[in-house]
Write a protein that binds this ligand. Structure first.
Ligand SMILES: [Zn+2]
Length: 358
């Protein structure tokens, strides 16, 4: 028992009007006692857990109601709170209410994270596949045109290649497209391919494809290549990305992740818009390693079908490696790492295709 915890107040027996000055105290085992202030005579005794303590409302007097109906009234709000908090454990009181809320909040946060992870891991890939399936060509057209438009504003210059050079390359490109339409897995009617020439500006030698079949090649890449077959090997690789709908998948994946971010953080407004517009641009240019392998193999097969060197794309990677090194500061290399493993694997696959094993 501790004297410092005793709270002074008035005691009224059930239904009685008369009040007796009294002290409310608590024992270490949580038993409350009410004694008269005058001579310490015990008036009531009960476990603190089973008495009713009125809520704190401003400076209004508090009531501790005993099972007998007896009532202890006090204006010592702090005294009552102190006494209750120390002996009721974590079961009641405003402070305790908060502490009780915290584990619930943690569970809620953990559940939200788990849900988002599950959506990201299981639902997003499925939704991406469904979205790719139902995306009408009009939408991919808009995606392709808007990405190309923003790239034209941000990085590209007009091509400096001569008309003759562009026409020659376009003729070879159209032959690849015709062969691509004959490929076993080709979709029908398939995207409407168009080859676009651009000055690469700060992105230098590069080539990429947009979901609608717009393929872009920079003057720098055309100038860099040792021969036209190398350029066609790269363009065949880009046609592979379009045929496998890699860009569209990638854009939807980012859109799905953005939607998740919005789900967690609420509408993050301008930031989301940035991710959607600039992100779509960047994303359209970078693919997963699996997608890259798929596009490499597609290039090998398409080049073989048009009677050209199936290993042309591997030769182009060797050229990049020799000119710029593996970690070279070339944007095409940052999205298409020219690792020895990639070159070896593509050459091996080209041998298989040539030998008629594929
Ligand atoms: Zn690629």
């Amino acid at each position: 028992m501790s004297d410092s915890e005793a709270v002074g107040g008035l005691w009224r027996e059930a239904g009685a009007a008369a009040a007796t000055p009294a002290l409310l105290d608590v024992a270490a085992d949580g038993t409350l006692t009410v004694r008269t202030s005058a001579d310490g005579q015990e008036l009531a005794r009960q476990a603190i857990r089973s008495v009713e303590i009125s809520a704190r409302v401003g400076t209004i007097a508090r009531h501790v109601t005993f099972a007998s109906g007896g009532d202890f009234e006090t204006s010592d709000n702090d005294g009552i709170d102190r006494l209750r908090d120390r002996h009721l454990g974590r079961r009641e009181g405003l402070i305790h209410e908060l502490e009780r809320f915290r584990p619930r909040l943690l569970i809620f946060v953990a559940a939200t994270i788990a849900l988002c992870f599950a959506i990201y891991r299981y639902a997003v890939p499925v939704l991406v596949e469904v979205a790719v399936l139902v995306t009408p060509p009009a939408v991919t057209d808009i995606m392709g045109k808007s990405v190309l438009m923003s790239l034209d504003q941000l990085v590209f210059d007009e091509t400096k290649l001569s008309d003759a050079r562009r026409n020659a390359l376009d003729t070879q490109f159209q032959a690849l497209v015709a062969a691509a339409r004959d490929m076993p897995a080709a979709s029908s009617p398939g995207p409407s391919y168009a080859l676009n020439f651009r000055g690469g500006g700060q992105i230098g030698p590069n080539a990429f494809a947009l979901p609608d079949g717009s393929v872009v090649v920079t003057d720098e890449l055309v100038d860099l290549a040792d021969d036209d077959e190398m350029i066609m090997g790269v363009l065949a690789h880009e046609i592979g990305h379009v045929e496998h709908q890699h860009s569209l998948r990638q854009i939807y994946r980012v859109a799905g992740i953005t939607a998740l971010i919005m789900l967690i953080g609420g509408d993050i407004g301008a930031a989301t818009e940035d991710i959607m517009t600039q992100g779509a641009t960047l994303v359209a240019l970078s693919h997963s390693r699996a997608a890259e392998t798929e596009a490499d193999r597609y290039s090998v097969q398409l080049m073989h079908r048009t009677g050209q060197d199936p290993a042309a794309i591997a030769r182009f990677f060797e050229l990049l490696r020799d000119k710029f090194g593996l970690g070279g500061d070339v944007t095409f290399l940052s999205t298409h790492p020219a690792t020895q493993a990639r070159i070896d694997e593509t050459r091996r696959y080209a041998e298989e295709v040539k030998a008629g094993k594929r």
